[in-house]
Ligand binder design. Structure first.
Ligand code: NAP
Ligand code: MG
Length: 493
């Protein structure tokens, strides 16, 4: 009798396919989202003078989550008046007292981390494991870190004093809503400034929930004001005469508009803008570890990450091997309901962003790159896009030059370290880069020649509040985190 044919693959490799399936594992904690949110001005939630509200929906299933107040110019003005008045006494508080508020905020965020993580995932679409294990702990860590600095500012620049700037206008994007808020608010308050912050239109909910934490922390009214709305509200925040500084995180296009409109004014400006990072893999790198780093680099948060490793530069002699390993790994990624704890890639933040990704992916196909997408079933409702690889990418392709801000990786090759540096730096951006090699000296050489604010070696997407983050070239200027970030919120006298 002939031996029964084995259904197992001959080679030892991960093969998930349809051999087995995960049971659903939905996060069930309540997010406590109010049906309607006002503006948070002078320590109170108030109705907008515009009398207008807009919907925040969940990209997970397109269901409406809440109505959000639309702030007009008069509302933004009220927020700045409150911030300017609060500044008079807030700046005089001893640093240790300001620190106590920041510690309280950090602890309250920790206490309510689960609820906030669910709200972040519902409103923005990122996997619950990411909001739970990254966004929330990092947001709290930023408040803890800056709380610690509040009474030690004299040690930042020995012999000089740090003077706060005043009311700061802050505008943030939708990819890390609460974390970007923390990056902005914590250093501003630690240095004695007050704040008018505008979250992104599609992801305002955690910022408004955060206002309730400020109330519980007993923060004096007007120290933090939150005005919601879209681009017009952002422009009103940027152009208000009482703003002493504008801190902006978002696209390079909007960063340019802001820089134009601030020219000739006395306002300070820091810009954290887009990126198109090179993740460079040498032939001596441990390839399986590199695969994990590449996957984390581009598929973390659906690729909605300014410092995502969006251009993979592989040394030519290992390109075929690495691409094959990547394709196998891609087949194991789970795309779907972001509230499910098994999900690796959640929902695309908005319909507009999904359309932008689709358009750029089509350009890659049209320009002649080779596309690879694993077979995966996407939910019928909501905004989803499968993990995507492009090989045979040329330097001139749009998918090699433009920020896609989605789960799409462009693979290019190089032969020598010089060529890798040349290609990595051949971009208007300069936010981040990755290097994978067994050789320490090569890491140091590459790091010194890559024009990027952050260079990760044999890892990717590692963040710490003590480590300054920011870009070169059209990725912006100014730093967030660490001593450098604090200095951007004060004048040295
Ligand atoms: P965006 O379109 O530039 O929007 C960013 C923020 O600015 C939003 O709150 C937006 O409001 C507001 N805004 C839009 N037009 C404005 C104007 N004319 N004046 C003032 N404010 C205005 O960027 P996004 O699409 O939300 O975010 C993605 C971008 O952010 C990517 O390019 C990414 O690389 C970048 N990013 C950079 C960093 C970094 O640290 N360097 C971090 C995260 C993200 P609405 O969205 O409500 O209309
Ligand atoms: Mg939303």
């Amino acid at each position: 009798m002939p031996a029964k044919k084995s259904t197992r693959p001959a080679a030892r490799e991960l093969l998930f396919g349809d051999l087995w399936e995960y049971d659903p594992s939905p996060e069930s904690a309540p997010a406590f989202i109010e049906p309607r949110y006002g503006l948070f001005i002078n320590g109170r939630f108030i109705a907008p003078k515009t009398r207008k509200y807009f919907d925040s929906i969940s990209p997970r299933n397109e269901e409406k989550l809440a109505e959000i107040a639309l702030a007009g110019a008069a509302d933004v003005d009220a927020a700045y008046q409150a911030a300017a008045t609060a500044f008079i006494s807030w700046r005089k508080l001893p640093g240790a007292e300001r620190g106590k508020y920041l510690f309280r905020i950090a602890r309250l965020l920790q206490d309510r981390a689960r609820e906030f993580a669910v709200a972040e995932t519902l409103d923005g679409g990122k996997p619950i494991t990411e909001s739970r294990d990254f966004d929330l702990p990092m947001a709290a860590a930023h408040f803890f870190y800056h709380a610690g600095w509040a009474d030690k500012l004299d040690h930042l620049a020995p012999g000089r004093a740090l003077v706060p700037l005043g009311a700061i206008g802050q505008v943030i994007p939708w990819n890390f809503p609460l974390l970007m808020l923390a990056w902005k608010i914590a250093p501003a308050l630690a240095t004695g400034n007050t704040v008018v912050l505008k979250p992104a239109e599609t992801t305002s909910i955690t910022a408004l929930k955060f206002a309730s934490i400020l109330l519980d922390a007993g923060l004096p009214p007007g120290v933090v004001n939150i005005v919601t709305g879209a681009a017009e509200t952002g422009a009103a925040v940027v152009n208000h005469p009482l703003a002493a500084k504008i801190a902006f995180t978002g696209s390079t296009a909007v960063g340019k508009i802001i820089r134009h409109s601030l020219a000739g004014s006395a306002k300070r400006l820091t810009l954290e803008l887009g990126g198109k990072a090179a993740n460079i893999v040498f032939d001596d790198a441990p390839l399986d570890q590199a695969v994990e780093g590449i996957v984390n680099g581009i598929f973390f948060n659906q690729g909605h990450v300014c410092c995502a490793g969006a251009r993979l530069l592989v040394q030519e002699n290992v390109a075929r091997d690495l691409t094959a390993r990547l394709k196998r790994r891609l087949a194991t990624l789970r795309v779907g309901d972001p509230l499910d704890k098994n999900t690796d890639i959640g929902a695309i933040n908005s319909k507009q962003q999904l359309a932008k990704i689709q358009q750029l992916v089509q350009s890659g196909i049209d320009e002649g790159a080779e596309i690879h997408q694993p077979a995966c079933k996407l939910p019928a409702k909501g905004f989803y896009f499968p993990p995507t690889l492009f090989s045979g990418v040329a330097q001139s392709h749009r998918i090699a030059t433009e920020e896609i801000f989605g789960p799409v990786l462009s693979i290019l090759t190089f032969r020598t370290p010089e060529e890798a540096i040349e290609k990595a730096n051949n971009t208007p951006f300069g936010l981040s880069a990755g290097v994978w090699t067994d050789k320490g000296s090569k890491i140091l050489m590459m790091a010194s020649k890559l024009k990027a604010g952050v260079v990760w070696a044999n890892t990717y997407h590692k963040f710490d509040p003590s480590s300054p983050f920011g870009g070169y070239k059209q990725s912006g200027f100014g730093r967030e985190g660490g001593k450098h970030g604090l200095l951007d919120y004060a004048e040295l006298v």
